[in-house]
Structures are given as structure tokens and as C-alpha cells.
Design a protein around this ligand. Structure first.
Ligand code: IZC
Ligand code: ZN
Length: 417
């Protein structure tokens, strides 16, 4: 007899597409079962079908979903989860019109978080990261990519990476990325290549911690050429590669990402026509972070429509970090994607499940409700998938199951309308 059977699911988003990331038009297909049911045993999904088909099944526990929406656990494929301090004191500067890169140049921004991260003990960093991770889970996120990058020296970068390892006891699955090349420390001014050499020399020590290596390719940080050389070395050492590309200035990072075979190219607000065309003909996933554009108070969002209409695979993430996107709420990002990126709700759901999973090489493990997979599920206080990005700024999650266990539940549920 199976452990749990969810029945009377109004819309069950199985996302059960063929294997592989969803490119272009495929992103608007949303595989779904109406009046669905899901069976869970021993942490895995053992049945997916209609409530009628599930009637003869035996289960230790039957849960009536009362016509509500069930989806796979969401995936956040770009976060800077582990950091000390916060940066609310920079908001007045920002409101006076001081740009993000200017604050960084004068020792604020990332540098301010580096100072706070150096000062914090590993235990403090871990408990702070756990708090944020709990909050992500409450928003329906069951798999998270998390980057280092607030150390910029071996000791502090390793401290951040070790924190991520210790958080393996958390219900949320973590995928770790080494972002030692996040900013240039003041003492390395004029010696960028030397600094990148130092970061590269850390890679053997990082191997047991991180699956991916990332770099911030941006004006005043690392150039396209430096980023390409750096990431190719990381790739040779067996790491998957990611790049913060064309976030603020259009430098050509999107083209670079495709040329060097990056698993994902992230941000892309300033991607050129050629960059977008190259993306569409590649296996690189475009991870868009519209929460950052919103929070940097910028007008120009990534051209998601051109990317999808051209045939690229797009994923969405929070970019959770203390400066340009202090939010754990992936549901809010879904709303911004709808309004500002003009993505269709179907595309948005695929972008936070299937494509987000492929952006962190978890496409065959997470992001779908499919027999044999880990039972990572969300029951929503909503009766259809359109409702979640529509009703914005709040948390619609009713219950989250991770590996078949309830790991978060709303105390008071929504009323029937
Ligand atoms: O702490 O500002 N863009 N890195 C690149 C960030 C934003 C995080 C930060
Ligand atoms: Zn980032």
C-alpha cells in the first residue's frame, strides 16, 4: 500500500514533456491532468493519473485537494544564498540615482557584503542562509542553486562553500556554484589577470564543493575576454560553467556564453541581436532575472519574447542577493515575468520548473511530476495555474512535499469561492 494519495487535484501540472530543455514554442505547452491524482511511496512518485483512475488504489493517507492546483516543486536556478549583512543603507544612494556599478566602484555593493561575510562565523552564515532557504521553501521552491562570491579569497570562499555543504541537511536540494570571480578586490586594482589566476588556483580545493563555476562579466569587473579564458579553464577542469552576462552593460557576454558552451547565460538584459540568435541555436539556457531589473529600477528588461520566439530555452530565477534582488519570492518573479518580460503563464511555469532544472543540470531529476521521480510537490491555494502570477506579491502555497514528506504547510487555508 502506498504512503500518500493526493486526489481531486483541479489542475495537476505534470510538466511531463519529452526529455530535454523546452525551446521556443515548446515553452507554451503545459502538460496537465484535470481532476488529477498523485501517489507517493517511499519519497517517490508511484502514480500519476486522474482521480477516477486512482479510486481503486489503496493508500495509508488520502488527501483531498478540493479542486486546487498541484505543481512540481519550483526550482530557483540562480541565487546568492550565503552572505553576511545586508545593504538597505545603500537604498538612499540608489534613489539619488547613483548606479549599481558606481556604488561598487566606491567600495560599496558587493564589497560591502564581502566585508560582512568575512566577519561572520561559519555558524552565523549557515543559520542566516538557513533562514532564507526556509523562506524559499515556504514559497514552493524545492531545489535551489546557490553561489559563493562574497569572499574573493580562498578562506572566505571555502567558508561559504562549506556552509552550503552543511545545509545538505535542509529539505531543499542545493546545487553549488563557485563565484570567486564576483568582483575585483581593491588590492588587485590594475592586476586583474593575477587575481583571476589566484581564483583559478582555488579550483582544485573547490572541486569537492561546487559543480559549477561562474563569473561576473561586466564593465569595471571582468571583461568578455577575461571571462571566456577563465571559464574555459574551469571547464577543462570538469566544472559546468555559468556566466553573469550583459546584466547592466551590453558587452557581448551572451555571445561568449554560447561560444564557450556555458550551461546557462544569466541576466541578458543587454543581449544583442546576434547574442539572441546564437542562444536560439545553442544548448545554453537563458536564465532571466527580472526581479533584478525591477529592483535596480531599470526600464530595459531582458528580451524574453525575442528569445522565446526565436527558439531559445528560457528559465527564471530570483537572483536572491542582498543588493540587486533581496527577495526569496519566486512567485513575485513569475508576476514580473508576465508583466515586464511579456511571458505567457504557460511559459512562466515551464521556466520555473523544467527549464530551471536543466539550467542546473537537474533536468532528469527535478521539475516534473512523473513516476519514479522524487515526490517534490506543491499544493497551491489556487484553482488554476493562471491565478498564481496574477494575484501578486503574496504567497499562494498551501503545502510543500519534499521527497514525499510535508515540509511546509499553511496554517490557515483559503476559502472556497
Ligand atoms: O551582491 O550585488 N549582480 N552580483 C552581480 C550581484 C548582482 C550580487 C550583489
Ligand atoms: Zn547573480
Amino acid at each position: 500500500m502506498m504512503d500518500t494519495l493526493l486526489i481531486n487535484i483541479g489542475q495537476l501540472l505534470t510538466m511531463d514533456h519529452e526529455d530535454g530543455p523546452l525551446k521556443g514554442k515548446k515553452m507554451s505547452i503545459l502538460p496537465m491532468i484535470e481532476n488529477g491524482a498523485v501517489g507517493i511511496d517511499n519519497g517517490k512518485i508511484v502514480f500519476v493519473g486522474t482521480t477516477a483512475e486512482a479510486m481503486q488504489l489503496q493508500a495509508k493517507e488520502r488527501i483531498d485537494c478540493e479542486g486546487k492546483l498541484v505543481s512540481p516543486g519550483l526550482i530557483d536556478p540562480h541565487t546568492h544564498l550565503v552572505f553576511g549583512g545586508s545593504r538597505e543603507h545603500e537604498v538612499p544612494l540608489k534613489l539619488q540615482g547613483v548606479p549599481y556599478l558606481e556604488i561598487l566602484k566606491h567600495g560599496g555593493g558587493i564589497h560591502s557584503t564581502v566585508r560582512a561575510t568575512k566577519q561572520a562565523t561559519a555558524t552565523e552564515l549557515r543559520e542566516k542562509a538557513r533562514f532564507h532557504l526556509d523562506r524559499m521553501l515556504s514559497f514552493g521552491v524545492t531545489t535551489v542553486e546557490a553561489k559563493s562570491g562574497y569572499g574573493l579569497d580562498q578562506e572566505t570562499e571555502c567558508k561559504q562553500m562549506a556552509v552550503l555543504k552543511e545545509l545538505e541537511d535542509h529539505p531543499v536540494d542545493l546545487v553549488s556554484t563557485f563565484l570567486g570571480a564576483h568582483a575585483l578586490p581593491k588590492e588587485y586594482e590594475g592586476r586583474v589577470d593575477e587575481f583571476l589566476q589566484l581564483i583559478l588556483s582555488m579550483l582544485p580545493a573547490i572541486r569537492s564543493y561546487a559543480e559549477f563555476v561562474d563569473i561576473f562579466c561586466e564593465t569595471g569587473v571582468f571583461t568578455v575576454e577575461q571571462s571566456k579564458r577563465f571559464l574555459l579553464k574551469a571547464k577543462e577542469l570538469g566544472f559546468g560553467i555559468k556566466i553573469h552576462a550583459d546584466e547592466i552593460d551590453p558587452l557581448g557576454g551572451t555571445e561568449a556564453a554560447v561560444e564557450i558552451g556555458a550551461v546557462s547565460a544569466d541576466h541578458l538584459c543587454g543581449a544583442s541581436n546576434r547574442g539572441i540568435e546564437m542562444l536560439t541555436n545553442s544548448d545554453t539556457i537563458a536564465v532571466l532575472l527580472p526581479g533584478t531589473t525591477f529592483y535596480l529600477n531599470k526600464e530595459v528588461y531582458a528580451r524574453a519574447r525575442d528569445m522565446i520566439d526565436g527558439g531559445a530555452a528560457v528559465a527564471l530565477a530570483t537572483d536572491f542577493n542582498p543588493g540587486s534582488s533581496p527577495t526569496e519570492n519566486l512567485q513575485f518573479i513569475m508576476t514580473i515575468a508576465m508583466l515586464k518580460l511579456k511571458m505567457k503563464p504557460e511559459e512562466i511555469w515551464n521556466a520555473v520548473t523544467v527549464n530551471a532544472a536543466y539550467a542546473i543540470r537537474r533536468g532528469e531529476a527535478a521539475g516534473k511530476v512523473k513516476i519514479g521521480r522524487q515526490a517534490d510537490l506543491v499544493l497551491w491555494d489556487a484553482y488554476n495555474y493562471l491565478y498564481v502570477p496574477y494575484h501578486y506579491g503574496v504567497n499562494h502555497v498551501n503545502t510543500v512535499w519534499k521527497k514525499g514528506k510535508v515540509v511546509w504547510r499553511r496554517e490557515q487555508s483559503c476559502i472556497h469561492i
